[in-house]
Design a protein around this ligand. Structure first.
Ligand code: GLY
Length: 394
């Protein structure tokens, strides 16, 4: 949605504005992810005919955007409500979920009403979880406002909250009724939040779409400098294509395997070590920064296992490094990372599992690698403390 409460030109009426792209996500209840600008007109069709009441969930920083949506919904005849939730991970608690259940209960939301989330991945996770659990499931439309949420969190139906014991321990698979990726939201995204989101875009390139890697390689300078100077039309076109392509890959994967029974696991490329880094850093690193280190580790592991050529490993370092993403982590943290990886909810018993590559676009799994192989791969990415922590990680 727009960040200024002004009347946008209707889609297709502004000759400067490329038409929106629609990506279909298959499954029991198929839905569209629309990428473009001025997408508010899409919302009623996504909500469907039966919805009367809509709750718009947003963090404080997006109050103005949420209010535009709220007013538009009221003007379209809905009983619309707004609820403000804390920023980022602070939103993903049982207390905040209970607050939203209270709002829904007091406004008499029925099974045929809906939730709209406006925000980053934490807001879409929380709002999706509340929609999944209210009356055993009501419709939710996500309006992601960060690059990370557009290309990852908002698509695919994973919802959840954290507990004192860990992240995303309580949740549900609850695919949305639709997702609106308004690229205008990225205009106000901070540089390092944008770059951290690019880590997931690059991940998608390595696992499934080499064109993404080529686009990032050609435009790394402009992408890394996001928000430092005005974004040119050429860079906007690149960003639009990166979002569309990343969404298309995610849509294909989750359309085939919603519940992560198999294929969906490839989306965790770089995440096994990445999650351990996040935990070790007490979640003070951005997710994308930790995933960047995790991808370089996974590439080294694949190389040492005889699966991946040196040049593809170097390509990881070149691309991620050109964006300002970290490539190394503290050498003195290996034991801690190893035990965090063993405790990860995605480990199977004591057996560590990694998504690795046989080549660009050829993901595979490595189960229970030899401890000496793991330590050797870590030696390739480890640095003397405290290197590896650039501005991106802060
Ligand atoms: N973020 C990985 C997934 O959605 O499966």
């Amino acid at each position: 949605m727009t960040h200024e409460p002004v009347d946008p030109p209707a889609p297709g009426q502004d000759p400067q504005e490329p038409a929106a792209t629609r990506v279909r996500v298959a499954g029991e209840h198929p839905y569209d992810v629309v990428v473009g600008r001025h997408l508010l007109g899409e919302l009623p069709a996504m909500l469907g005919d039966r919805v009367r009441r809509v709750l718009v969930v947003h963090p404080a920083a997006l109050a103005a955007t949420a209010e535009v949506i709220h007013e538009d919904l009221k003007a379209s005849g809905y009983d619309a409500y707004v609820a403000e939730v804390p920023d980022a991970e602070e939103a993903k608690t049982a207390q905040v979920a209970a607050f939203l259940w209270g709002v829904l209960g007091q406004a008499d939301f029925t099974r045929s009403d809906a939730v709209v989330t406006v925000g980053g991945g934490a807001t879409t996770d929380l709002g999706g979880f509340v929609a999944a659990t209210w009356l055993r499931g009501v419709r939710v439309v996500h309006v992601p406002t960060t690059l990370l949420a557009m290309v990852d969190a908002a698509v695919g139906g994973k919802t959840g909250i954290n507990t004192a014991e860990g992240k995303n321990l309580v949740g549900a698979f609850h695919p949305p009724a639709g997702v609106l990726c308004d690229l205008a939201a990225l205009e106000s995204l901070g540089r390092w939040d944008f770059v951290a989101g690019l880590a997931e875009v690059v991940k998608t390139g390595f696992i499934a779409d080499e064109r993404i890697l080529k686009l990032v390689e050609e435009h790394a300078d402009a992408l890394r400098e996001w928000g430092v100077r005005p974004t040119t039309p050429e860079t906007w076109a690149v960003v639009a294509e990166l979002v569309e392509r990343s969404v298309a890959v995610k849509a294909r994967v989750v359309g085939e395997d919603l519940t992560e029974a198999g294929l969906r696991e490839i989306l965790n490329y770089g995440h096994t070590l990445g999650h351990a880094v996040e935990l070790t850093e007490r979640y003070q690193w951005r997710h994308g920064a930790a995933v960047s280190v995790g991808m370089v580790f996974a590439a080294e592991l694949a190389r040492l296992a005889g699966k991946l050529d040196d040049d593809v490993v170097e390509r990881h370092r070149t691309i991620l490094g050109s964006l300002g993403l970290p490539l190394t982590y503290r050498g003195d943290r290996w034991e801690r990372l190893l035990s965090a990886m063993r405790r990860d909810k995605k480990a199977r018993g004591d057996l560590l599992r990694f998504v690795v590559l046989d080549g660009v676009g050829r993901p595979t799994r490595l189960e229970g690698p030899d401890p000496t192989l793991l330590a050797a791969a870590y030696a390739e990415i480890s640095a003397d403390a405290p290197t590896g922590r650039g501005p991106i990680a802060l």
